[in-house]
Design a protein around this ligand. Structure first.
Ligand code: MV4
Length: 444
């Protein structure tokens, strides 16, 4: 087992990893930028190394500086968390070359799943349902028009180097395809330096349901139930829950088996998530595979009583997984609390926290790095806490969430707490009647 793990991340996820390391008797090293000198993950770690000024490129994304921190502290493994370098194949490769264990999949897995076309081709080979559309990259507009007619409008153009909604264009009919093609390619080239585009049938009003998976170095793989992440605003998840209110026992079995097949097929090592789009007929289609721990891993941990960070560390240390699948025993909901003003178009609201009261009681979990007197820096993403409730039923979990949100006091900055309170009171949400379109029409 590792003696010392460096956490190449910040905020609540760095704290999350440090906590599990401590429980496993593993020493921890925090890295921080000068903007994070007073952050909690720095205080909780056994050692801390300043790796540069606030811009991520000069700190949390700076591979030479992180490698230097690993060298001087003699860490034998690195946990990348999510975001930053967590799916960076070059970083994983450099760790491999330096004899430092990257706690995650291999560089090859990262490469394969990082390119949307290759990921799709991999899933087709594994027999996982994918969205009908172009075989690979579209060579030109004429091929795009031809495939669109074969597929049937509406279609969606997607950047192969894209993700999270960037470089996507919905095309309702042939009259729109020329402009969509040109603007999507331009955006993709500007955003990712790669204007490769592919096409899919546009699935109208889908749900985003993802399956947590785990695989080890011996070819074992399992699924650890699903999460419904359909409540999103501009491709930013706001609320996640497990199990999905749209799921049935049959669908869960089919999606779980497809997810495990995908892992087995690529000999996946580590914890990961396979994202599916689910249409109103309960057909499910592969969307993307995330090769990292996710923000919303918490709701899975709560419904199957499992420590996914511990699982990541054990898999990286060469410990075999049991291989048995897990099914939700409870119902958990997570609200992402952001330092943003929901009444000013979710505008970021960094600043000093002058007063903090965190909710508690039965079935409440708060994963957060903030404390009274802490100043939220403007340099990084605005999530300051994840509030999770878990109960026997969805209705109880919602009531518990509403009660916990009403207790949560964060003064000195604006937060999305009032938005979440309104969401928990919304009839459609309470009935589980929502798709990825929910936020388009939600008035709060
Ligand atoms: C789609 C889709 C409908 N049909 N693909 C959004 C980001 C990226 N994960 C892919 N996304 C979508 N791809 C087809 N063929 C609808 C979306 C989509 C979406 C998906 C999941 C969660 C939220 C979403 C919000 C808008 C669009």
């Amino acid at each position: 087992m590792f003696k010392k793990i460096l956490i190449a991340n910040r905020g609540e996820i760095a704290l999350r990893v440090i906590r599990t390391c401590k429980e496993m008797g593993i020493k921890t090293v925090a890295v921080y930028s000068t903007a994070d000198r007073e952050s909690l993950h720095v205080k909780f770690a056994d050692e801390a190394v300043c790796i540069g000024p606030p811009p991520s490129k000069e700190s949390y994304l700076n591979i030479p500086r992180i490698m230097a921190a690993i060298e001087i502290t003699n860490a034998d493994a690195v946990h990348p968390g999510y975001g930053f370098l967590s799916e960076n194949e070059k970083f994983a490769e450099i760790c491999l070359q330096h004899g430092v264990k990257f706690i995650g999949p291999t560089p090859d897995h990262l490469r394969k799943m990082g390119d949307k076309i290759t990921a799709k081709e991999t899933m087709i080979k594994a027999g996982v349902p994918v969205i009908p559309g172009s075989e690979g990259l579209l060579q030109n507009i004429d091929e795009a028009k031809k495939i669109a007619i074969e597929t049937g409008y509406p279609v969606i153009l997607k950047a192969t180097a894209g993700g999270g909604g960037k470089g996507m264009r919905i095309v309702w009919d042939e009259s729109e395809i020329q402009k969509a093609w040109e603007s999507a390619k331009m955006e993709a080239q500007a955003s990712f330096g790669n204007d490769g585009m592919y096409m899919e049938k546009y699935i109208e009003e889908p749900r985003h349901i993802e399956i947590q998976v785990a695989g080890d170095q011996y070819g074992n793989a399992c699924h650890l139930s699903e999460r419904d992440c359909s409540i999103q605003r501009r491709h930013q998840k706001l609320v996640e829950e497990s199990p999905s209110p749209f799921m049935t026992k049959v669908l869960r079995k089919k999606m779980g088996e497809a997810a495990v097949k995908a892992c087995t097929n690529i000999k996946y090592e580590g914890v990961g998530t396979i994202e599916f789009l689910v249409d109103k007929y309960r057909n499910f289609y592969f969307m993307e595979m995330n090769t990292r721990i996710q923000v919303e891993h918490t709701v899975t941990e709560e419904v199957i009583n499992y420590d996914l960070i511990q699982e990541q560390i054990k898999i990286a240390a060469g410990i075999a997984i049991s291989g048995k699948n897990y099914f939700p025993k409870l119902h958990a909901i997570e609200c992402r609390i952001n330092a943003e003003d929901p009444f000013q178009n979710f505008r970021p609201s960094p600043g000093k926290i002058t007063n903090l009261h965190t909710p508690g009681g039965h079935g409440i979990r708060v994963d957060s790095h903030i404390y009274s007197g802490y100043t939220i820096p403007p340099n990084y993403d605005s999530m300051v806490a994840k509030l999770i409730t878990v109960a026997q039923t969805r209705e109880e979990a919602i009531n518990k969430m509403h009660r916990a949100l009403s207790e949560y006091v964060i003064e000195g900055v604006k937060t999305t707490i009032p938005f979440h309170i309104k969401l928990m009171e919304n009839e459609q949400f309470k009935k589980g009647n929502f798709t990825t379109k929910f936020m388009d029409d939600f008035i709060y």
